[in-house]
Design a protein around this ligand. Structure first.
Ligand code: ATR
Length: 283
């Protein structure tokens, strides 16, 4: 039940029907008893700028921004924080009291919070990280790892030039390694992260020989359908600590919810089950 004073937010995407954010924020609104609503907003690319600029006029508190609008949101906001600038994309917009639009990106926060949630003893000082992929998700993960203090990031992508472009934006701590000989990069790796869509339901698995990976390493996949990818299964079978992908989605939502609805939400197993069920992840 919502009243005439309900606080409003939503997610803009095109299409938006696949988004799990309404289910995620809806769980928090209900369990925390907030007088508010979070709705899917199907906004076509040609309308995105105008619709985003309408948020304050409609009285919305803000919105998440998803594919394909994350880069366009950089230009449509009045102010962008530093992390969104470095990632090159906005995923969370907050309407400030003066009606100005402030944009941030909470994916790097979500990645690190999930890693700490699932693997409390992971430390950035433990050694290099190897990141597979060079898309938008990889960019957020690289920013997260550099900010956490990881000494070195090995970046490996099928299309090497894409990895080179990404690495060039972040300086010496990020070095590109070859896709064909990717297993070799694992020898000095303390944290392995798959940011590609490989391993997702309907996609081929990520083929990677884990033999060179030190026994103390952590293996992380940002794919969450299925929750346990072939990469995580293989890593578990070899005794590595593993971190699955659903928590990144859950944790990245926290700052937006807190800004729009005025309560710090918690990530719990109940929330995870709720969202995985909505995702059809077969739990
Ligand atoms: P996102 O923004 O979610 O990261 P993206 O920008 O489309 O999505 O990036 C997808 C990533 O998965 C890329 O690193 C892509 O590699 P390429 O840059 O070579 O395309 C990687 N990827 C997708 N399918 C792949 C496949 N079959 N083999 C290897 N890498 C793949």
């Amino acid at each position: 039940m919502i009243s005439g004073r309900a606080k409003l937010a939503g997610v803009m995407g095109w299409p938006v029907g696949h988004s799990l954010s309404p289910s995620l924020h809806g769980f928090w609104l209900e369990t925390l008893g907030v007088d508010g609503a979070y709705v899917p907003l199907a906004v076509a690319p040609e309308n995105f700028f105008d619709v985003l600029r309408l948020l304050p006029k409609l009285g919305l508190r803000g919105a998440n921004v998803t594919i394909p609008h994350k880069e366009a949101a950089l230009k449509a906001c009045d102010e962008i924080d530093e992390v969104a600038q470095r990632i090159g994309a906005v995923n969370t917009v907050v309407v400030r009291p003066d009606g100005k639009l402030w944009g941030t990106n909470t994916d790097a926060f979500g990645f690190i919070e999930n890693l700490k949630w699932r693997c409390a003893d992971w430390t950035a000082e433990a050694g290099a990280a190897t990141v597979i992929g060079a898309g938008g998700a990889a960019r957020a993960v690289v920013v997260a790892l550099l900010d956490a203090g990881v000494p070195q990031v090995n970046l490996i992508n099928r299309t090497r030039t894409r990895a080179e472009t990404l690495a060039a934006a972040f300086g010496d701590r990020v070095r590109v390694r070859d896709w064909e000989t990717r297993a070799l990069a694992l020898a000095d790796t303390a944290l392995l992260v798959n940011t590609t869509s490989l391993g997702m339901t309907g996609q081929p698995p990520l083929e990677l020989d884990l033999a060179p990976l030190p026994k103390e390493a952590v293996v992380c996949d940002i794919v969450y359908v299925p929750l346990e990818t072939d990469l995580l299964k293989a890593a578990k079978a070899k005794g590595y600590r593993t971190v699955d992908g659903i928590g990144m989605l859950l944790h990245q939502a926290r700052p937006g919810f807190a800004a729009w609805f005025g309560i710090e939400p918690q990530v719990s197993d109940a929330l995870m089950l709720h969202v995985l069920t909505a995702a059809g992840a077969g739990v």
